[in-house]
Ligand binder design. Structure first.
Ligand code: FEO
Length: 404
């Protein structure tokens, strides 16, 4: 099986030697219906260098692709740009096989890798501005803390203007194609946005600073080689991905609303649909997400295209519906910005859910755009009227905000 896994040539010097995970459908709680890839790269300089490894179950694929280009024992250096196990999962085996002269990681990467693998790895720390000579090439390092973990860093090959961006500018997309310009752009936009929303969103301020750096006084870039999904090699594709990242990181108010709710005996569901009518009646586009049908990671994606989040839940056992607790805990951690919102729900006798929903709106910095609507047992006409008016109030507030 091994000899059939070949490396892919990316530039004169760089080969892709990663693994494609066509069947994974869950990446720490994020649904990945199109699978993913764990990209690793081989720099064929005088000092041959491996950049990152792959998730542990794919070690044979990594080693086979490396062996299609070079005897692994001829590799001089390994660079670990990120300690998360999708990239470092078989680092110890790679070190055992290759016996490199040095293994480089950021200062925090050295600590994280040794903590994860319980010590014993001989790692050389590097920091922003450090350069290592590979003989006929140099490689430089740029720390990018929190993109995606504290240890994350980029590597940069100035001679070929290649940026190894690790998690940044990636996406969960399995493909037999290696380059973005070979893949349908609507798929790239969808999966890129979903990845940003679920992985990068909490660190949007850092993204904006990074974009300022790489687009103003940063390194010249002809190729972006991320650790997930396709490689960006054309100037217009690189400009497009930078522009998308700036839009997603800025989260300017957007005149679209979403309603996220769950329901027990359809009271909250019926309220949600009337609120949606109130929003839609103003001309504002609205989407409705019952948690019986939508997954948290798809809701996270859509929030990037929305300016209003309306949340609803029945009360169960003195709390909110557990699916709503799941989604709100997840969304709160992703720290979306510039949202307005509202809450609604139904109850039988105690009615705590809507108060808890309001607490989430406050904690997430979401400006309330209408009075919470609560109903006991089943909604009546007066409740539906309040739901409709709540929808209108949310939409009118959103329109004003988008016009500012
Ligand atoms: Fe792809 Fe943060 O690991």
């Amino acid at each position: 099986m091994g000899a059939r896994f070949q490396a892919a040539k990316i530039t004169d010097t760089v080969y892709w030697v990663g693994a494609v995970d066509y069947t994974t459908r869950d990446f720490h709680g994020y649904l990945t219906p199109r699978g993913t890839s764990y990209n690793a790269y081989l720099v064929m300089a005088d000092k041959i260098t491996l950049i990152d490894t792959v998730k542990a179950p794919f070690r044979d694929e990594l080693f086979a692709r490396i062996s299609s280009v070079v005897n692994p024992k001829d590799i001089s250096y390994i660079i670990s740009n990120h300690a998360e196990m999708d990239h470092s999962g078989c680092l110890p085996e790679a070190i055992d096989l290759i016996r490199p002269d040095k293994v480089f990681a950021s200062v925090k990467g050295v600590k994280a890798l040794n903590a994860h693998f319980r010590g014993g790895l001989e790692l050389t720390p590097v920091k922003t501005g450090d350069t290592v000579s590979l003989g006929n090439r140099d490689i430089a390092f740029i720390e990018t803390p929190m993109l995606h973990w504290p240890d994350s860093m980029f590597s940069y090959l100035p001679d070929e203007r290649v940026l190894f961006s690790n998690d940044a500018f990636g996406m969960h997309l399995a493909s037999s194609k290696r380059f973005a310009n070979e893949i349908d752009h609507t798929v790239l936009k969808f999966e890129g946005e979903k990845y940003y929303a679920n992985i990068i969103l909490p660190y949007s301020n850092l993204v904006l600073k990074l974009l300022d750096k790489v687009t103003a006084d940063g390194p010249a870039i002809d190729n972006i080689l991320p650790d997930h999904g396709p490689i960006w090699r054309r100037a217009d594709d690189i400009a497009q991905v930078f522009s998308q990242y700036r839009t997603w990181a800025t989260q300017a108010p957007c005149c679209r609303a979403m309603i996220v709710y769950d329901t027990m005996w359809q009271s909250t569901d019926r309220m949600a649909r009337v609120i949606a009518e109130g929003i839609a009646g103003t001309g504002v586009e609205v989407s409705l997400h019952s948690l019986k049908a939508s997954h948290r990671s798809d809701i996270a994606k859509e929030i990037l295209d929305c300016g209003a989040l309306v949340i609803g839940s029945p009360t169960i056992n003195n709390g909110m519906f557990p699916t709503m607790a799941d989604v709100l805990s997840y969304l709160k951690g992703l720290r979306p910005r510039n949202l307005i919102g509202a809450a609604f729900g139904s109850y039988g006798w105690s009615g705590e859910a809507t108060g808890l929903l309001e607490g989430y709106l406050t904690d997430m910095g979401i400006e309330k755009a209408g009075e919470t609507v609560t109903t006991q047992y089943a909604p009546d006409d007066e409740t539906f009227e309040r739901c409709y008016n709540l929808g209108r109030s949310v939409a009118e507030t959103l329109i004003r905000k988008c016009d500012e």
